[in-house]
Design a protein around this ligand. Structure first.
Ligand SMILES: Nc1ncnc2c1ncn2[C@@H]1O[C@H](COP(=O)(O)OP(=O)(O)OP(=O)(O)O)[C@@H](O)[C@H]1O
Ligand SMILES: [Mg+2]
Length: 263
């Protein structure tokens, strides 16, 4: 039976879909059968990030309404074997997929995969609870910014009321140079503040934007991708090997890099 991990945040735009797509890619590259589910109903982000939007014929609503079989709605990645996507429905509003139907769908999917990652919509309303209800584990994504931290704190509190095997924190968009200069909180401080030890840290990296636009997050080696590989490793092994975003700004060369960034 698969581990079902919901990727959530409370605040919008902090990197949930990016984390879902990138961690899912890394888990699949490590040899696991991985399914990504877009629970951000009506907004099809994941299929665009993975670059399979042209291949989408059926979606989640078609499966739930019995217009197609599960296998027909699963879209495979061209680049990463073992990576599958169940697109969110396009023609409906969020109200059309009920909590019970979503849970039944996930239950039906659990046998075929090692991991199911659910990309949660922003907010803590109905869509949030629908995405969390079938999960066995949760990842809360936050950035080091105050509005995101406040929402992550709220979400961690709500998740504590669910029976989850684990609730883990990912700190996204960290800038190593700003952490070293004391202008941004580091992952340890954020973990203490939220009383949750991070399972991963992802640096701010312009490559995310570029490869997301191209639908090719797995196509090259860049620092955020290395950080996502660490997170996938930690999820698989239960270890806590955390990417250090400050390393590139240490030593003589690092200090020069930092001065150039600041200039
Ligand atoms: N580590 C990063 N470095 C640079 N840009 C990033 C990083 N993580 C995410 N982004 C960018 O931030 C934007 C928002 O990311 P994303 O869509 O994954 O957020 P989200 O939480 O899913 O948003 P929503 O709440 O709207 O669903 C995107 O343009 C993405 O490319
Ligand atoms: Mg999203």
């Amino acid at each position: 039976m698969s581990r079902v991990i919901v990727v959530t945040s409370g605040k919008g735009g902090v990197g949930k879909s990016t984390c879902t797509a990138s961690i899912g890619t890394a888990l699949a590259e490590a040899g696991n059968r991985v399914l990504l589910i877009d629970a951000d109903v009506g907004l099809n982000n994941l299929d665009v990030l993975i670059g399979v939007n042209d291949k989408v014929i059926y979606d989640m609503a078609d499966v739930i309404d019995g217009r197609c079989r599960i296998k027909q709605a699963l879209v495979t990645s061209d680049e990463v074997p073992n990576l599958f996507i169940m697109p969110s429905q396009h023609a409906y509003t969020s109200e059309d997929i009920g909590m019970k139907n979503f849970r039944i769908l996930i239950d039906r999917l659990r046998e075929g995969f090692d991991f199911i990652l659910i990309d949660c919509p922003a907010g803590i309303e109905r869509g949030f609870h629908r995405a969390v209800a079938p999960a066995t584990e949760a990842i809360v994504v936050t950035t080091p910014h105050i509005s995101s931290l406040r929402d992550a704190d709220k979400v961690l509190g709500i998740l504590a009321g669910y029976k989850l095997d684990s609730i883990n924190l990912v700190v996204n968009r960290i800038r190593g140079d700003m952490v070293l200069s004391g202008e941004m909180m580091g992952a340890d401080e954020i973990g203490k503040l939220l009383r949750s030890r991070p399972i991963g840290v992802v640096p701010e990296d312009d490559n995310i934007h570029v490869y997301s636009e191209l639908g090719r997050l797995s196509s090259s080696d860049y620092k955020a991708r290395r950080a996502f590989n660490c997170i996938a490793d930690n999820i698989i092994s239960g270890r806590r090997r955390i990417y250090d975003p400050t390393v590139e700004f240490r030593g003589v060369v690092g200090r020069i890099k930092m001065m150039i960034k600041r200039a």
